[in-house]
Design a protein around this ligand. Structure first.
Ligand code: ACO
Length: 428
């Protein structure tokens, strides 16, 4: 293949260089397009064909169902690594050795205390507040408690901000849930691992010693790993674009949390469970809901199905489906919702509407079932996704700042009124 793309506009032709990735993905570099063509731009709503950056963090091939973080396959990471190792690899480029991991963990633990005044902010939220809104606000509020903005030219400063947010974020997550449940806001223990502490902080009762279930700990490790990064998705692109204005790390992450909240993105895990519950309440008639999903006059979509980039299968969904079976079996949970989910999946996989549009279960079709078996309230599901995605957002923000990328600022094609005269209010 030539390494030049040719574009013909009217009588003029232009040439643009091709950019090739390490997995042979190809892009046309149109950096000079507007200048060379006297104002022509590209338009691509939803950025379905637009690459926003070159990145060395995550590779995915939606046609083949491949997902790799820093070159490591998601299957191997989910099977062999723990979440903190994966977080380190995403943020720093390689899996850590034993000393590096120990130092990383101990630096995070040293930052795992939140200013007590944050409790006052939490107190001000009504108990009915959605945890994603609370978490986004609290993450933004951390900026006020740690005001110095990150000096990205200082490796030490960058590292401090990273361990600070990795230490404090699980505390905010646990406190967000506990406040809703009327439980005292607690802390983890320096003798426990990162994921173990998340569970302790979330589930410890004030009058009982928390006993860790290895089944639940392993399942959470896996879920967090599977959600840890997914290249330039909606929330990650948000983090990068907010950070591109040189807003700080915490402010950028807070924006990413808001982007993740939507039901077309991370909010899908909550929406899936609510949908499965609704189908159960309605008598379990999956065919009725399949018909609704296919009816173009009905806004209902089969939540947990379809993906912008996976057009064969979502490799994370395959791992999660097996994990859901395992966890429910190990915990002895018999959840009728799982039967409804299996029924819907089977029908969709054999239905021409879904097959033709390449709509397969995504990562969130089964994750909610595991979260529910763990005792996590439905409203917290997307918060758990945010907890997993945190290292990915950090890695992407760090990469963007270190590469000194320009401020993200797309253009548009204007379709409004042409110049017209102002009419005074009396004459309108
Ligand atoms: N149920 C029914 N029909 C669907 C679904 C669905 N879940 N998803 C897509 N379609 C249909 C669309 O109506 C469209 O049909 P048409 O070609 O006849 O108009 C076609 O499939 C293509 O859909 P788009 O919306 O154009 O695909 P896009 O890539 O923009 O959207 C998305 C992907 C948002 C994930 C979509 O599939 C969806 O809404 N799924 C349900 C929500 C969900 O599960 N989101 C989680 C995504 S994973 C994540 O963020 C972690």
């Amino acid at each position: 293949m030539s390494d030049i793309a040719k574009l013909q506009i009217g009588d003029n032709s232009y040439e643009f260089p091709l950019v090739k990735g390490t997995e042979n993905e190809v892009a046309i570099n149109i950096k000079t397009l507007r200048g060379a063509t006297n104002g022509v731009i590209t338009i691509d709503p939803g950025y379905k064909n637009t690459g926003s950056c070159e990145s060395a963090i995550t590779f995915l091939d939606g046609e083949k169902g491949i997902l790799r973080y820093r070159g490591y396959s998601i299957e191997e990471l989910a099977d062999k690594a723990d979440f903190l190792e994966v977080a380190y690899a995403l943020i720093f480029g390689d899996l850590p050795n034993k000393e590096e991991l120990e130092k990383f963990h101990s630096d995070i633990k040293a930052q795992s205390v939140v200013d007590d005044d944050v409790k006052k902010i939490i107190d001000a939220f009504p108990k009915t507040a959605h945890p994603m809104g609370v978490l986004s606000s609290l993450t933004s509020a951390l900026t006020a408690f740690n005001p110095s903005s990150v000096n990205v030219d200082s490796e030490e400063d960058m590292y401090k901000s990273i361990v600070r947010i990795l230490g404090k974020f699980p505390v905010l997550v646990a406190w967000t849930m506990r406040k809703k449940q009327g439980l005292p806001l607690n802390y983890g223990s320096s003798s426990l691992g990162y994921v173990e502490n998340i569970l302790k902080m979330m589930f410890e009762k004030p009058n009982e010693e928390y006993v860790m279930s290895p089944i639940i700990k392993n399942a959470l490790d896996k879920l967090l790993i599977l959600h840890a990064d997914h290249e330039q998705n909606c929330s990650t692109s948000t983090v990068r674009i907010v950070g591109s204005s040189h807003a700080g790390l915490f402010a950028s992450l807070s924006a990413g949390i808001s982007a993740l909240w939507g039901p077309l993105h991370g909010g899908a895990n909550q929406a899936v469970l609510e949908m499965l519950e609704a189908i159960k309440e309605d008598g379990g008639d999956t065919k009725k809901y399949m018909a609704k999903a296919k009816d173009k006059n009905d806004p209902f979509r089969l939540m947990g199905f379809g993906h912008r980039v996976y057009k064969n299968f979502d490799p994370r969904a395959t791992i999660i489906k097996a994990a859901a079976d395992e966890v429910l079996n190990d915990l002895g949970v018999n959840d009728p919702i799982l039967e409804i989910a299996r029924g819907l999946e089977q029908e969709a996989l054999n239905d021409p509407y879904f097959v033709d549009r390449k709509l397969y279960p995504n990562v969130d079709f089964y994750s909610g079932i595991i979260y529910r078996a763990m005792g996590i309230p439905v409203e917290m599901f997307t918060v758990m996704f945010a907890l997993g995605r945190l290292p990915g957002w950090i890695a992407q923000w760090k990469e963007m700042r270190l590469k000194k990328e320009p401020i993200g600022r797309p253009r548009q094609i204007y379709t409004g009124e042409n110049l017209r005269d102002f009419t005074s209010i009396e004459k309108r």
